[in-house]
Design a protein around this ligand. Structure first.
Ligand SMILES: [Zn+2]
Length: 246
């Protein structure tokens, strides 16, 4: 009886992935599903590493202002700070990103002339994030690492510098990707295309709820997988040493 009850409980919670907001991108939802699948197959440590990296650990963000005139650097600095503030206001103490001057920051933001090979409905892309999740696991341990490079185009049209408001919108947009959101087609959201001269200064309610909901689901599964891992303990299924997944 007990075993049957447990099995039903696990099946019930594994279906939680279907409840994500449509604003959560497919890649994040897919990674979440793969983490649960790893745990179902007995690789609890792999599942934990995947889930924890999906949550994004406490992460330092460093901004490279080199090559910018002093006045522009100050505008951009305010823009980046405002972009981070949008997410801090939304997530409070659960905000994983904080600005730093440390050279070993896991996330770097730099300003570029253009982003090659990217256009969205004929409009050149103004920002880009390349994130890397790295995990390792063994029978009783797991490690994970999150790193990203964010590029922001510094000119709007011609040689006019982006405004601090535009830098804020693009910063918040790229961090939104890091937190699991995908692009949306309509403007009016931080994750939608930005209209030059009319940047948004706040996240929408549904964007905030999408990230909060996603993070709550990931946390729920971390607890669940952790308790399964504790039960399995040293007598775990066959020991396996994992290789990093790029
Ligand atoms: Zn985007």
């Amino acid at each position: 009886m007990t075993v049957l009850g447990l099995a039903i409980l696990i099946t019930g919670t594994a279906g939680a992935s279907a409840n994500f907001s449509h604003l959560v991108d497919n890649a994040s939802a897919d990674y979440f599903s793969r983490a649960l699948a790893a745990s179902s197959e007995g690789d609890h440590q792999k599942g934990l590493a995947m889930l924890k990296v999906l949550l994004v650990p406490r992460t330092n963000v460093r901004v490279d202002y080199s090559g910018l005139p002093t006045s522009v650097a100050e505008e951009f600095r305010q823009g980046v700070q405002s972009g981070l503030r949008m997410w801090r206001d939304a997530l409070g103490s659960d905000m994983p990103f904080s600005l730093t001057d440390r050279p070993d920051a896991q996330v770097t933001i730099r300003f570029v002339d253009s982003i090659q090979g990217h256009s969205h409905q004929g409009v050149d892309c103004k920002g880009e994030i390349t994130a890397r999740r790295r995990i390792q696991w063994g029978p009783d341990v797991h490690y994970f690492e999150f790193a990203a490079q964010i590029s922001i185009v510094r000119f709007r049209e011609g040689r006019t510098w982006m405004s601090s408001g535009e830098i804020a919108h693009i910063t918040a947009h790229e961090l939104g990707h890091a937190l699991g959101l995908g692009d949306v087609q309509q403007s009016g959201r931080i994750m939608g295309p930005m209209t030059l001269g009319r940047p948004l200064s706040a996240l929408t309610q549904d964007e905030v709820r999408a990230v909060q909901g996603f993070r709550a689901s990931v946390r729920f599964e971390i607890e669940r997988v952790q308790s399964k891992a504790n039960l399995t303990g040293m007598n775990g299924i066959r020991p396996r040493i994992g290789v990093p997944i790029p």
